[in-house]
Design a protein around this ligand. Structure first.
Ligand SMILES: Cc1ncc(COP(=O)(O)O)c(C=O)c1O
Length: 433
C-alpha cells in the first residue's frame, strides 16, 4: 500500500500525523475517518502557489461536496480558499463555518427556489446558472428582493473525459449546463447579460471527475476561452471571468497515475495566459474548483476486523465494522482501493482477501482482492484515499450510525465530527401511536 502524506510505520504499527492508529481506535472507536491535516494544508498550498498569475486573479475554490463540515471549512477559510457549494445544506454549513459569502459560489442543475433565495439573502459571491428555467426564477427573485447578483452560466463544451461515465459531466447528453453549440445558449447568455438584476460575469464548466489525463484540461481551456471570444465577436457579450471547474485525478491504486499537480498547475496557468493573450481577451478572474485532488489522499478509514471467513469456494473474506454506509463508491461505480492491516505493517502478505462490510447487500464489498498478512479478529484494517466522497456520500443504511471524523497533526488528534448515536438515528422519527 502506498503511504500518503505523513503516514509512517513504527514497530509494525501505522502512524498518521504522528498518532498511532491503534491509539485513535482506543480513543474514538471504529469505523473512523482520519484526516491528515498537514497533508491537506500542503495540498492546498500546491494549488495556491502554482495556480497564480500576474495577468489576472485566480480563485482556488474548494468543491465542498467532496467533504464538508464545520472543521474542514474553518480550515479552508483560514488557508484562503474560495468555496463551491451545491445545495442549501452545503451553503448553510459554509455560512455556519463563518465563510465570507463573497467567496462562495452556488452550483447545481436543479437549485430549489428556496436555495436561490437563501443565496440572494446571504449575498453569496456567485450563482452558477444551469439553464433557462433557473435563470427565469433567479431573475424574478432578484427583482423581487431588489438584489443585484453576480452570475456565471455553466456551459458544456462537449468534452468526453476519460473517466467513469457516472462522473463524466460534459458529454453531449449530460444533465449539466448548456451546450456551447446550442443556439439557445447564445440567446440565454444575451438575456442574462441584459438582465437588470444579474451581472453576467462569465462562464463555467467542469468536465468530470477523476480525470487522469491532463490533456483534457488543456483542451477545455482552449475551448472555453475561444467560446468567450466568440461571444464577444458575434454577440458583443463581454465576460471577465472563466471558471474551469475541478476533476484533477488522484491515486487510488497503482492503476492510477495522476499528474504532478505543482507542475501541471504551473504549466496550465502559462497555457491559459497564452490563450488569453492570443485571443486578446480582457479576462480578470480565472477559477478552478478542486475537490477530490485537495482532500482525497488526506483521508483514510479505519476499521476493526470482526471475522475472517472462507467462502464455500475458498475465497477468504475479511469482515469489517463499516462498509457501503461509510464508503458507497465501490458499490456505486466499481471504485478500487488499497488497504493495509495497520497493526501488522511489517508482516508479509499471506493471502488475497476480499474486504466486505456489514451491510445486508452482496454488493457491500469494499475491495475485491487485496494481498494482506494473516488477518485475525481485532486487527485494524485501514483503507487510505477515502477523503473525498466517502463521508460526504455516507448513509444510515441498515440504521448504521455514521462514524466520527478526526483530524490528526503533530502527534495530536482533534474530533471534527462526533460519531452518530442510536438516538441520532431516531431523532426525526415520529411514533405510530
Ligand atoms: C461543478 C463542479 N466543480 C467541481 C467539482 C469537483 O470535482 P473533483 O472533486 O473531481 O475535483 C465537481 C464535482 O463533481 C463539480 O460538479
Amino acid at each position: 500500500m502506498k503511504l500518503h502524506g505523513t503516514m509512517r510505520i513504527d514497530n509494525n504499527q501505522l502512524l498518521i500525523g504522528d498518532v498511532s492508529v491503534e491509539q485513535l481506535r482506543e480513543e474514538y472507536g471504529t469505523p473512523l475517518y482520519i484526516i491528515d491535516q498537514k497533508h491537506f494544508i500542503n495540498k492546498a498550498r500546491i494549488f495556491l502557489d502554482n495556480f497564480r498569475s500576474e495577468k489576472f486573479k485566480t480563485h482556488i475554490s474548494y468543491a465542498s461536496k467532496a467533504f464538508s463540515n464545520l472543521y474542514i471549512l474553518g480550515l479552508t477559510k483560514e488557508i484562503g480558499l474560495f468555496l463551491d457549494v451545491v445545495s442549501g445544506g452545503e451553503l448553510y454549513t459554509a455560512l455556519a463555518a463563518g465563510y465570507d459569502p463573497e467567496k462562495i459560489s452556488l452550483h447545481g442543475n436543479n437549485k430549489l427556489p428556496e436555495e436561490l433565495e437563501m443565496a440572494l439573502t446571504n449575498n453569496i459571491g456567485r450563482i452558477i446558472v444551469d439553464h433557462r428555467t433557473e435563470y427565469s426564477v433567479l431573475s424574478a427573485l432578484a427583482a423581487k428582493k431588489q438584489k443585484k447578483t453576480k452570475v456565471l452560466l455553466r456551459v458544456n463544451p462537449g468534452i468526453v473525459a476519460d473517466t467513469h461515465k457516472y462522473i463524466q459531466t460534459t458529454t453531449e447528453d449530460s444533465k449539466f449546463g448548456m451546450s456551447i453549440v446550442d443556439p439557445e445558449t447564445f440567446l440565454l447568455l444575451q438575456d442574462m447579460s441584459s438582465d437588470p438584476w444579474l451581472e453576467l460575469e462569465g462562464i463555467h464548466c467542469h468536465i468530470g471527475s477523476q480525470v487522469l489525463n491532463k490533456d483534457f484540461f488543456f483542451q477545455e481551456a482552449s475551448i472555453m476561452f475561444s467560446f468567450t471570444r466568440k461571444l464577444l465577436d458575434d454577440y458583443s457579450i463581454k465576460l471577465r471571468e472563466v471558471n474551469l471547474g475541478g476533476g484533477f485525478g488522484v491515486y487510488y491504486t497503482e492503476a492510477d497515475q495522476p499528474f504532478n499537480y505543482a507542475e501541471f498547475l504551473a504549466e496550465y496557468i502559462v497555457e491559459i495566459e497564452q490563450i488569453i493573450a492570443e485571443l486578446n481577451l480582457a479576462i480578470e478572474i480565472v477559477s478552478i474548483e478542486p475537490g477530490r485532488s485537495l482532500i482525497n489522499s488526506s483521508g483514510s478509514t479505519l476499521y476493526t476486523v470482526g471475522a475472517v471467513k472462507q467462502s464455500y469456494h475458498g475465497k477468504p473474506f475479511i469482515f469489517v465494522d463499516g462498509g457501503m454506509t461509510d464508503n458507497p463508491r465501490p458499490a456505486l461505480y466499481q471504485a478500487e482501493y488499497e488497504a493495509c492491516l495497520a497493526n501488522r505493517m511489517q508482516e508479509e502478505p499471506t493471502d488475497n482477501y476480499r474486504i466486505a462490510g456489514k451491510c445486508c447487500e452482496s454488493g457491500d464489498i469494499l475491495i475485491e482482492d487485496v494481498a494482506l498478512p494473516q488477518a485475525e479478529p481485532g486487527d485494524l484494517l485501514l483503507i487510505p484515499g477515502t477523503g473525498a466522497y466517502n463521508y460526504a456520500m455516507s448513509s444510515n443504511y441498515n440504521r448504521i450510525p455514521r462514524p466520527a471524523v478526526v483530524f490528526v497533526e503533530n502527534g495530536q488528534s482533534r474530533l471534527a465530527v462526533k460519531k452518530e448515536t442510536y438516538t441520532d438515528l431516531i431523532r426525526n422519527d415520529q411514533k405510530y401511536l
